[in-house]
Design a protein around this ligand. Structure first.
Ligand code: LLP
Length: 420
């Protein structure tokens, strides 16, 4: 169910009118719905009810600690890829044993931190990284639980910038070379092999690439077991897509069936790392119209949010639904406009040629499906402070990250001696 709905002609997040949030924290601001986060998590978890599955929410999608805690309370683990994300997950209450540490470029310090905390699994993405993990673990007198992230050379058929499982992508170890590396790993005192990991991309709207990749991983698991490796876990990554516009991604149930079909015969634990599926449609970016600028050929609606707040349209040509907070009366005329931000970049456009009701200065707009890869990818480009994040629960809302002040932003710089 959608928890961003019009009530009394005003768009609400659950029971809270977005006008009230705009008054309280100003704009732009991110607003998240607890009920939507929880529903998405539960729908996904329920689909795996009959399987030995651990759901490790991909914190990269939305790493606000209140969001992580909302999910951790439902039993979610976490997929993290940096010290910062690891610390967020721990601080939010995710047990270390339910944390998977992924990423192509882990540092020695990050690996040590992961081992000190006892994370459940480290996904190793290259041979030099395997050597480093083994060395750090051995120096600490411990064994690192690892999975090799394999690259199955499967095309996820998604946007080029978010496909990760083709051999020309930087991610993972060529699946054909994996057996030899597992043999090496088995000889390393600092390494305990627990499984295999794979992640082929994000925003997948078809099952076939998952089926292909999971099939190859299951085949590899069988082969490794036959050579004496204890493969007890398959980490199948994230990637299940969501509707932004008119996409019809597979349901969690259909996805879980594909997982079962591939892994069932192995009697293995599976780890899933959904990010976008949980968070994308649980968040919006609230923004205000600054000006409506009528040009010769186009009308520009200039809003107070920019590509530094939500970079997806500029970076991936992503399409996000945009709706006014004040519900337009039925049959209200629409006209095509470009919704643009204030950043001095031609690419700072949220929507091009979008049919919207006639808009005026000061009107509130909402950019939908912004809960995943929104706030986390924001920057302070053009010296624009980071914007607040608000979490709604029923009729209540809380600021879960305040707006960064200009003083805080400027205070990050310091003068060298010679300029004082
Ligand atoms: N696991 C691994 C190892 C990943 O690299 C990712 C995402 C996930 C899980 C979660 O994937 P999801 O379920 O969210 O699709 N910024 C881009 C998306 C980048 C995804 C990076 N990796 C965007 O805004 O579309």
């Amino acid at each position: 169910m959608d928890h961003f709905t019009y009530r009394n002609c005003v768009l609400h997040a659950e029971g809270v009118p977005l006008t009230r949030i705009a008054e309280a924290v100003g704009t732009p601001a991110y607003v998240y719905s607890s009920a939507t986060l929880e529903n998405h998590y539960r729908a996904f978890a329920d689909a795996f009810a009959g399987q030995k599955a651990t759901i490790c929410y991909a914190v990269k999608a939305n790493s606000n600690q209140a969001v992580i805690r909302t999910l951790a309370r439902l039993g979610a683990g976490a997929d993290v890829l940096s010290e910062g994300e690891m610390r967020r997950a721990l601080a939010a209450g995710v047990p270390a044993g339910r944390i998977v540490f992924s990423g192509v470029g882990k540092t020695r310090d990050e690996i040590r931190l992961a081992l000190e905390h006892g994370v459940g699994q480290i996904n190793v993405e290259s041979e030099p990284e395997l050597d480093l993990v083994a060395e750090v673990a051995a120096s600490m007198g411990t064994r690192a639980p690892i999975a090799l992230r394999v690259n199955p050379d499967v095309d996820a058929r998604t946007h080029e910038k978010i496909t990760t499982g083709r051999k020309e992508n930087k991610f993972g170890i060529d699946i054909r070379r994996a057996p030899a590396i597992y043999d090496r790993a088995a000889e390393m005192p600092g390494i305990e092999v627990v499984g295999i990991a794979v992640h082929i991309g994000s925003q997948l709207t078809e099952l076939a690439p998952f089926r292909d990749a999971f099939g190859l991983v299951a085949e590899l698991a069988g082969e490794l077991r036959r050579s004496g490796h204890a493969i007890r876990r398959l980490d199948l990554g994230g990637g299940l897509g969501v509707p932004y516009r008119d996409e019809t991604p597979p349901s969690p149930g259909a996805y879980a069936a594909v997982v079962k079909e591939a892994t069932g015969p192995l009697d293995v634990e599976v780890v899933l790392e959904p990010g976008r599926l949980i968070a994308a449609n649980a968040g919006i970016l609230l923004t205000r119209v600054l000006f409506v600028k009528a040009g010769d050929t186009r009308t520009f609606v200039v809003v107070d949010a920019g590509m530094n707040n939500l970079i997806r349209p500029a970076l991936y040509d992503a399409w996000h639904r945009i709706v006014p907070v004040a519900e337009p009366p039925p049959g209200a005329p629409e006209r095509p406009v470009d919704v643009v931000g204030p950043v001095c970049e031609t690419g700072d456009i949220f929507a091009r040629d979008r049919s919207l009701p006639v808009l005026h200065s000061n009107e509130l707009l909402v950019v939908r499906s912004a809960g995943a890869y929104g706030a986390v990818m924001s920057s302070t480009y053009n010296s624009r402070p980071l914007v607040p994040e608000v979490l709604v629960k029923d009729d209540a809302f809380a600021v879960v990250r305040p707006r960064q002040t200009i003083e805080q932003l400027l205070g990050l710089d310091s003068m060298p001696d010679w300029l004082v």
